[in-house]
Write a protein that binds this ligand. Sequence first.
Ligand code: F0G
Length: 352
Amino acid sequence: VQPWRGLIHGYRRYLPVTDQTPVITLHEGNTPLIPVPAIAREIGRQVQVFVKYDGLNPTGSFKDRGMTMAISKAKEAGAEAVICASTGNTSAAAAAYARRGGMRAFVLIPDGYVALGKLAQALLYGAEVLAIKGNFDRALEIVREMSQNYPVTLVNSVNPYRLEGQKTAAFEVVDVLGDAPDWLCIPVGNAGNISAYWMGFNQYHQEGRSSKLPKMMGFQAAGSAPLVTGEPFKHPETLATAIRIGNPANWHKAIAVRDASQSSFNAVTDEEILHAYRMLASQEGIFCEPASAASVAGLLKVKDQVPEGATVVCVLTGNGLKDPDSAIKFSENNFKQGIEPGLEEVAKAMGF
Ligand code: F0G
């Protein structure tokens, strides 16, 4: 078995790197594709469902795929500092990779709307964290301008190297299944990841590594669903804070993906997201963050459209540990506290 040394090493010939590119890696990628039989049973009709558990990346989200590329290329270009706007995961990944590459990392986050684990990561990795009294969309406008006027490299998904790195997730799916899936279900915020998967599936298809291209099923939170309604949301809201985005930077790319794969964007409510979030954990043993569960919530919502015998992959973009507050708040209420430390009392509390 060849040891895995990160996606730039693993997929070098598909990526815009040369021998001169310094590879800044935490050995990201190569995440498992796990069958989820309880979810498949809900759909029936011999459908096979897998989750691409990208929450197992080094900083706990798919952003590491994009960041190993963006930060390596920034380093190659001589950058000394990077900047991003973030709902949390990008900031954690940018911080980890930038610091590992000896660069400063500036991150702008919407004050009060970043899950605890993500903020903890960015701070400890050594990012310079600026919380603004505004939402993600405003933060992104600011960092785009900052990067044009100051010596800081932008590492949001408008940086093309981000998508180059993230497309490798599609390669991994095809490498494991032996072909592309029929459907790919994916949460959509800024729409970088859906665009990256589409690039990856197409590149592999052109190389003859798959016989088909998947239908790309993008799901947004109902309170932040500009690609579903066709209009930016001025005040996006959802408990899935990772995808609380009203004006996606990759809007045009996302529409092109939708049209090319003859699919549609759909919205899932916070209730539907929470149902999938709890179901993944309590029936499949898989802990993802709420935004990630939007992919499974979406699949369950449109399950009648899944073709008989189809293979479906749902992308789980982030680890559940990112957002411990949501886990505690939205878990089924089976937490009994204040029990006297005696055998009898414990047995009674157990219902015996
Ligand atoms: N899932 C998670 C867990 C995310 O953190 C994000 C985006 C998405 C899905 C959506 O991906 O933006 O490529 O459509 N998070 C960004 C961030 C915005 O700042 O961490 P997308």
